[in-house]
Design a protein around this ligand. Sequence first.
Ligand code: PLP
Length: 251
Amino acid sequence: MTSTPAILLIIAGLDPSGGAGLAADIETAVALGVHPAPVASLITVQDTVNVSASEPLAPELVVDQAEAVLADLPIAAIKLGALGTAAIGSAVADLLARHPDIAVVTDPVLAAAGGGRLAESELIAVYRERLFPLSRLATPNREELALLAPEDGAAELLALGLPACLVTDGEGRGDRIVHELHTDEVHLVANGPRLEGSFHGSGCTLASAIAARIALGDDLEEAIHRAGAFVQKAVAQAYQPGQGQKVPKRW
Ligand code: PLP
């Protein structure tokens, strides 16, 4: 029998265009040799242009999916994508508190690239007060960071108990993509040239690649560097399946 790969538990939303959310996370995990255990938090109606509706599942249903998997499979890391509501965020925080030894990478998804909202504003306080202190890393982009920490950016989140914050630059403007890793120091993580176009699911891909590499045993900085290279390659090979954004080719 083939030996069992490392397993990544993913709690995220379903994007039926296949570009972002659970589909992006599953493809990324598989491409990196990790078995994905995907738990749905919300269902969206969307295409490659934007989100037209987002429907959260009942918080108990989200947690029951995850607990079933946690009771059966040896989960090496957890990735959180879109959670949608404060009630789901709080239920997931309770879940993480029951499994404190598993490293958690939290992508605090608030909106789709087209502007469609994917979270109610009450979820912001739950990220700050409950989910970040239980995470190993959070991966906000600059727009998300401005909403999550309007006073003092990443330093504000570290002061709340988040151990590491990667401010991602996928949607920035410079010629090169340079993420910022904030711990007790600030490291710039250069990722390569910025490629022309808008890419659906690149933030999800980066966060799930980091989580998958952590599941494989990398330390945080190694995981971020390898995940950055993975995203750069996936974006360089992106294709345009519909009328809107391109999708990174992760496989
Ligand atoms: N999660 C879901 C379910 C989504 O629909 C989206 C964007 O549409 C995202 C996450 C965030 O995607 P991105 O990686 O492009 O920021």
